[in-house]
Ligand binder design. Structure first.
Ligand code: AMP
Length: 284
């Protein structure tokens, strides 16, 4: 497996692969791999001749008081895991090569970036859209793989690809969870033992809401209240938002119909965790 740090060299390598008539799959990541990342790599491996994983802790998507400096990094371990997953190439650029100074150009996706995490992390999705647009140019892949754990991110990237005519297929992959339901995240290492146990309330509360919907509840407010009540039973978990939105433009809904996203974010100790479920409501 090759590790490439220069954007120019990366583009050259992908052009050569494509010129030989081979398909290319891209998995954008910030590294510190877990089974969620590996599931994206395996999906990419199954559907493409050449798989590139980008590994870049992107400074423009972190706010000034967020964890950019502390974000876990371990290139040696990540490279080993990627090689085992059958990845052909890891793209690991330096910040100064991705954002040479002066750097003045950003991608802003309106609407879908503004609610949920966007409301609490100003500039976050602008940083995400910008770095992903850059990655799509440096690695002009046929397909790219994103996890539904970051559901809003999937919608932001889908809109950007549609609105800016990127020629790439987005494959959204299901959330991979620990045995007790906690969504895998590189940030789970911030959790102490008690916090780690308490964090399981997040998915439990989402499952409860899902069961209510399956049983016929159609009032979004009732689901939100049930989720909040469940989370309140864990004093170590401080919810930031709990929302029901349509799985399209991510606008809040009052009644459940069609495809809806139930999404939440919470603080657990030093960690900010997110989770969600997507429901398909039949018959309104
Ligand atoms: P990150 O390195 O956290 O930026 O994530 C890189 C990619 O992996 C993103 O598309 C995430 O949505 C995806 N991802 C992260 N955690 C999970 C998970 N638990 N299950 C599935 N995909 C995930």
């Amino acid at each position: 497996m090759r590790i490439v740090t220069s954007p120019e060299e990366m583009l050259r390598a992908v052009k050569e692969v494509k010129a030989a008539g081979r398909s290319v799959g891209l998995v954008p990541t910030m590294g510190y791999f877990h089974a969620g990342h590996l599931s994206l790599m395996r999906a990419a491996r199954a559907e493409n001749d050449f798989v590139v994983v980008s590994l870049f802790v992107n400074p423009t998507q972190f706010g000034p008081r967020e964890d950019f400096k502390d974000y876990p990094r371990d290139l040696a371990r990540d490279s080993e895991m990627a090689a085992e997953a059958g990845v052909d190439c890891v793209f690991h650029p330096r910040v100064e090569d991705m954002y040479p100074q002066p750097y003045l150009t950003y991608v802003e996706v309106e609407g879908v970036s503004e609610g949920l995490c966007g409301a609490l992390r100003p500039g976050h999705f602008r940083g995400v859209a910008t770095v992903v647009a850059k990655l799509f140019h440096i690695i002009p892949a046929h397909r790219t793989y994103f996890g539904l754990k970051d559901a809003q991110q999937v919608m932001v990237i889908r809109r950007m690809v549609e609105d800016l005519n990127f020629d790439i297929e987005i494959v959204a992959c299901p959330t991979v969870r620990e045995a007790d339901g906690l969504a895998m995240s590189s940030r789970n290492i911030y959790l102490g033992e008690e916090e780690r146990k308490a964090a399981t309330v997040l998915y439990r509360s989402l499952r409860l809401a899902e069961e209510m919907a399956v049983a016929g509840e159609r009032e979004a407010g009732k689901l939100v209240a049930a989720i909040r009540e469940t989370i309140a039973s864990e004093p170590l978990v401080e919810p930031e938002y709990v929302e029901v939105v349509d799985w399209g433009l991510l606008k809040p809904v009052e009644r459940l119909e069609g495809q809806v996203l139930i999404a939440l974010a919470a603080r657990v100790g030093k960690a900010r965790l997110i989770d969600n479920v997507i429901l398909e409501i039949e018959g309104g």
